[in-house]
Design a protein around this ligand. Structure first.
Ligand code: 5GP
Ligand code: MG
Ligand code: MG
Length: 183
């Protein structure tokens, strides 16, 4: 789906398909250099990271393994609480592996901070993070992110894997959702 197809639902367009593509290529070159001679395991966090994973994995000119996790954050409201439950665990044994967590967005950082600790405790040789988006003004915990695509304002965004009520994930760009959609 193109940004123009749902333009009335969006306020600011933050990232076009082209900008995302170029950034993923840039990140891929760094990952290739950093993991040269190794075969990292890319761990995608469902469902938001599906698009980043699909594009990053195909952009990488090296062998990788791919696996997926699904987690949910418990909490009173819609905000992440930091208490995380695993809905779908990895199929892969992490002992001695170089793990690269692939995420769509870092908001409070609570989910990722928990995930980082969880994967590190499984005997991985290294655990690093690649996230396409980050909201610096929303951070509740500092998470050390090796590969970051874009810093964005503290607004609710959709597209490129990110949903509102499961819609807009298939939008090719990233944009701020207009308040009239959810109010
Ligand atoms: P955190 O634990 O960092 O607060 O939340 C991470 C998760 O919340 C993300 O992986 C994503 O699924 C969701 N999230 C955070 N900010 C946004 C946003 O602006 N738009 C959408 N659609 N999801 C978001
Ligand atoms: Mg996510
Ligand atoms: Mg969501």
């Amino acid at each position: 789906m193109r940004l123009d197809d749902v333009r009335d639902d969006l306020t600011d367009v933050l990232l076009t398909e082209e900008q995302i593509h170029d950034k993923i290529a840039e990140l891929a070159r760094r990952i290739e250099a950093d993991y040269a001679g190794r075969k990292p395991l890319l761990v995608g966090v469902l469902k938001g990271a599906v698009m980043v994973m699909a594009d990053l994995a195909r952009e990488l000119r090296m062998h990788i393994d791919m696996d997926w996790m699904a987690v949910s954050s418990y909490g009173a409201g819609t905000k992440s609480s930091g208490v995380v439950r695993i809905l779908k665990d990895l199929d892969t044994d992490l002992s001695g592996r170089d793990v690269l967590i692939v995420e769509d967005i870092i908001d409070s950082g609570l989910t990722l901070s928990w995930l980082l600790g969880n994967l590190q405790s499984r005997g991985a040789a290294s655990v690093k993070i690649c996230a396409l988006l980050r909201k610096p003004d929303a951070a509740k915990v500092e998470v050390d992110v090796e590969y970051i695509g874009f810093d964005i304002p503290n607004d609710f965004v959709v597209g490129y894997g990110l949903d509102y009520a499961e819609s807009y994930r298939n939008l090719r760009g990233v944009a701020v959702l207009a308040p009239h959609v959810y109010e």
